[in-house]
Ligand binder design. Structure first.
Ligand SMILES: [Zn+2]
Ligand SMILES: [Zn+2]
Length: 258
């Protein structure tokens, strides 16, 4: 019975929690959910080692949500490290069809080609497609509203569901997917109390209203704009005006078991 309890949990590690501008406290946003890395800014390999996570055996999938630098630029460095360490186990790289050309150009620039890269299995996808389906998890993509084509993710196991907004303005697809979710991990690049509107992004207040509308159990803020960092008390106060469930503002390398 204990074993069954554990296999139905989902472990989420917040590798970074800042928006495109990282700070001394917070790096660009990326997540590790069980064996899936979501987005790849810098220093991911080092962070995985700090966490005691084995990047050779444990990590099986990388999902790049969109082409913006803060979600993508560390990928060549991560893959180069894996090939230098002679990774053999397959690593599935999920990326929108629209960005395959950009990826191939990056691989060419950094000479990430040939048989040394045989471990890498490229899996291009269209927005709305299911990316991963295995015994323990189902991962679906859905379109969101950003300044470039981008996807949010919905991840389920038998008992819990998690929705990750990636970078987006408030949008219908997110509202639909987040209905009743156990956890909504939402970007909060700006706040009505602290900054001007940021095009293509969501405020703390908007995300909180959506979490309430969707009756999610927990709301977690990531992709914090630089003006919000160090003002977590204000983020919390603003969020509590609209959402009465559990609110989390994780720090880099915090872990959450769902
Ligand atoms: Zn971003
Ligand atoms: Zn973006």
């Amino acid at each position: 019975m204990i074993y069954l309890f554990w296999v139905n949990q989902m472990k989420i590690v917040f590798l970074g929690t800042a928006s495109a501008i990282s700070t001394a406290e917070r790096d660009n946003t990326s997540l590790l959910i069980d064996n899936i890395l979501i987005d790849c800014p810098g220093s991911v390999f080092s962070k995985l080692l700090q966490l005691g996570y084995d990047p050779f055996e444990s990590m099986e999938h990388v999902i790049i949500t969109h082409r913006h630098t803060d979600h993508f630029y560390g990928l060549p460095a991560l893959l180069d490290t894996l090939q230098l360490k002679k990774r053999k186990k397959s690593l599935f790289l999920h990326i929108l069809y629209e960005y395959v050309d950009l990826l191939e150009r990056l691989f060419s620039i950094f000479d990430l080609t040939g048989s040394k890269m045989n471990f890498l299995k490229l899996v291009p996808f269209k927005e709305g497609e299911t990316l991963i389906r295995n015994d323990s998890l189902l991962v679906e993509s859905f379109p969101v509203r950003h300044t470039v084509k981008n996807v949010g993710l919905k991840i389920f196991n038998r008992d819990v569901s998690l929705v990750y907004s990636s970078d987006t303005e408030p949008c219908e697809t997110l509202l639909e997917k987040a209905k009743g979710a156990s956890l909504l991990i939402h970007e909060a690049t700006w706040s009505e109390a602290l900054t001007d509107r940021k095009e293509g992004h969501t405020s703390v207040e908007e995300a909180s209203r959506m979490a309430a509308f969707c009756s999610v159990k927990k709301l977690c803020f990531v992709h914090l704009g630089e003006e919000l960092i160090g003002r977590e008390e204000i983020i919390l106060q603003q969020a509590l005006k609209y959402f009465s469930g559990e609110i989390l503002i994780p720090k880099d390398l915090d872990t959450l078991v769902l």
